[in-house]
Ligand binder design. Structure first.
Ligand code: ZN
Length: 299
């Protein structure tokens, strides 16, 4: 007999405690709560395009404490064993060390790249464990540091972000400042955009912020891993899913830098609003070379 493990993360428990109905733009379309069923596993979660859910997901350090119980098996397919092995390896990479989130994403890229050769779930698990050790020993951080930076993917992603219809729940002044800033980027020549990218990336405040709020960025990754059972059931789309995750991560980072450069307040509420707004956008267009394009966004 199959036993079904039912998981509920801390962020779902917190969201269930609210007594009023959330009125954010995301919740006007669909309720925040979502349950994903397999014969052998149930994952309770929340939609990331809800502002309230976004805040509970990314801003609380204990958001991904999982509560589990045994449940009756639902009428559903079994979770694919290779997908499950990849998913567990991704989660392990995110929580096993105090590496920077970019280094973790790089390790994930190495895993995705190698996965074509790993037919059996056990092989994926073994390679994932090797990467965890390399993360803990700092060898992956060294390899990552030696990669040459490739600017073109970053410029394209920044340009796409500036053209997106970002609908974030901000006060009017913050909203207008961000719209003007994105519009400025949209009409910039490539030369100016290169300068802009350099100033955003090298922003000291951004580096400090990302260190101080490391758990926010780790939770951004953990959410994608847990909620979407990343990288998904179709292994032909794994590189594309990776590319989208890197684009999402890069975009959030750039928006944080834009906030700082514009002297806007970057607190839990605005961070959550940015995260939710990015999730209300249609799926990003995947780069021509999804794996390398994704990795290029990390440096
Ligand atoms: Zn909501």
């Amino acid at each position: 007999m199959i036993s079904t493990e039912s998981y509920t993360p801390e962020y779902v428990l917190r969201l269930r405690q609210f007594t009023d109905v959330c009125a954010c733009p995301g919740c006007r379309q669909q309720p925040w709560q979502i349950t994903r069923l397999w014969q052998d596993q149930i994952r309770h979660s929340a939609r990331p395009d809800c502002d309230r859910a976004a805040q509970e997901i990314i801003c609380r350090e204990d958001a991904f404490v999982l509560h589990s119980e045994i449940a009756p098996p639902p009428q559903a397919a079994r979770l694919d064993p290779r997908q499950q092995a990849m998913n567990q390896a991704a989660i392990n990479l995110a929580i096993a060390s105090d590496a920077a989130p970019e280094t973790i994403l790089y390790a994930l890229g190495v895993l995705i790249g190698k996965s074509r050769e790993l037919a059996e779930p056990q092989q994926i698990t073994a390679f994932g464990d090797e990467l965890v050790t390399m993360l803990q020993q700092g060898t992956l951080a060294q390899a990552f540091a030696q990669l040459p930076p490739v600017e073109s993917y970053k410029l394209a992603t920044l340009r796409a972000l500036s053209r997106s219809d970002l609908d974030a729940s901000f006060d009017p002044l913050t909203g207008m400042t961000l719209v003007l800033k994105l519009n400025e980027i949209n009409v910039m020549s490539t030369r100016y955009l290169q300068d802009m990218l350099a100033s955003l990336q090298q922003d000291r405040q951004l580096a400090t912020f990302m260190q101080e709020r490391r758990s926010v960025f780790i939770n951004v990754l953990l959410y994608v891993f847990y909620h979407h059972v990343f990288p998904g059931v179709d292994d032909r789309a794994w590189e594309a899913q990776y590319n989208r995750l890197c684009q999402h991560f890069f975009s959030l980072k750039m928006l944080c830098a834009l906030f700082m450069q514009s002297y806007l307040v970057l607190d839990d509420e605005t961070l959550a609003a940015l995260f939710a707004a990015l999730h209300r956008l249609p799926d990003a267009e995947v780069h021509d070379d999804p794996l390398l394009g994704g990795i290029a966004l990390l440096k």
